[in-house]
Design a protein around this ligand. Sequence first.
Ligand code: P6P
Length: 339
Amino acid sequence: MSKIITLSEFIIDRQADFPYASGDLSRLLSDIGIAAKIVNQQVNKAGLGDILGAFGTTNIQGEVQQKLDVYADEVFINSFRNGGEVCGIASEENDAYVAFDRDLCKKGKYVVLFDPLDGSSNIDVNVSIGTIFSIFRRTSSVGDLANINDFLQKGCEQVAAGYVIYGSSTMLVYTTGYGVNGFTLEPSIGEFCLSHPSMMIPEDGKVYSINEGNMAITTPGIQAYVAYCKEVDKKDGRPYSARYIGSLVADFHRNLIKGGIYIYPPTTGAPKGKLRLLYECSPLAFIVEQAGGLATTGTSSIMDIQPKELHQREPLLIGSKNMVLKAMEFIAELESAKV
Ligand code: P6P
């Protein structure tokens, strides 16, 4: 049996990638792994406890907060507050960022932005859901309270990004800019074990993920690309397959492994789409680019956008390089004239 490499062992081994590493990022990544295991326990028994259902509050997006995503938010926030590496956080479940005012935390070098439980509307129907996280080095002075500029950083400034998918198995996938590695939780030992080393997304794919209910209200370029996906006159004489789970992390993870494109486009009601730049689009863009894929708004790279607001939304086309490029061709051809 080949040697099991746990997440903790892998993080320490890879710390050598950072010649000046003090171990803070390693400890932070390990803390995320522990928090994910705690959340996973509740996700796996959500049907049994009273943790199902709505919490009766709404987040800044006006979305009804599920009990489990409020719980997950608290687990990750407590983990970051207790770890000491993080001076502040921002999450989908909190209107404003949180600057930790403990002296230990004010010395923290990093900020974390995260969606504690993406796809939470699927919790009650037992569909895979996920946590997405993005880590930046703070821009404010160590020792001070974190400020908004620590969070409003371009995706290309991320030091690490990743996601946890709570599915048929629970996996943690992350990058620190040196490739993408996937770890599967082995419940019998309670450890994330390296199962998908050096993940690369196929340059081509045959799966497209989009909510086709939006077709009549999205843009001509997206409409034309989706029509192209359905055409049969491709090399193998078959249309692409439509796969849309309604859980970004699940659709992204499948496409990362098998190839494919996920699109959340602009619509007449939501000209910037639905997904949030800082804790959904940007971390997944870092991962997909490290895996050889692309992530764009349709006209510009997700990683180059200078955020102006914590919860700002952006359209997202992400996945296999040649599929994203093809979609961009349709958008350039049919929408540039609109400028
Ligand atoms: P729609 C879940 O709320 C989410 O943010 C993503 O996980 C998912 O891909 C998308 O929204 C689904 O949105 O409008 O298609 O139901």
